[in-house]
Design a protein around this ligand. Sequence first.
Ligand code: SF4
Length: 165
Amino acid sequence: MDKSDKERVNEFYQSIQAEIEGKGYYLNPDRSFVDELLLGLLQNNDRYGYPSCPCRLSAGIKEQDMDLICPCDYRDDDLAEFGACYCALYVDEDVWAGLKTISSIPERRKKRTDSQSMDLLDSSNPSLAYPVYRCKVCGYLMAKDQPPSKCPICGVSKERFERFM
Ligand code: SF4
């Protein structure tokens, strides 16, 4: 990693730390491991225009990779079940504190098909006063005409929300 990479990675690290502070998310305490993953995210951002997961193969087409943009849609489920995300960039409090070690984490990703997407829309309830939107990363729900520009829980952008009801 050259000097400019180190500066970019350090800046990225600080921005993530500020974003997750007090929200129950933790970065892996192994800083050199984290730096390599952050460099991978930055390189993917340079390559594709979005920071897709450095541990998975990206399609290079944003619409197909939306679930893989870090933090991915699978982070919170993997944290709850295994104590770490698939890459182990994010860990739970016990791992962060050194009370638990990480074992291998199976791939949780399964592509949503068009028919499954339609099922979600079909489950909408026309009797609701407002549509309900769900953050696909952390599960936050909100009932408003539009999803928020930024998830108030995990901080991801509006495009990571789906119509839930
Ligand atoms: S949260 Fe972890 S597994 Fe998900 S995209 Fe980011 S680094 Fe990869």
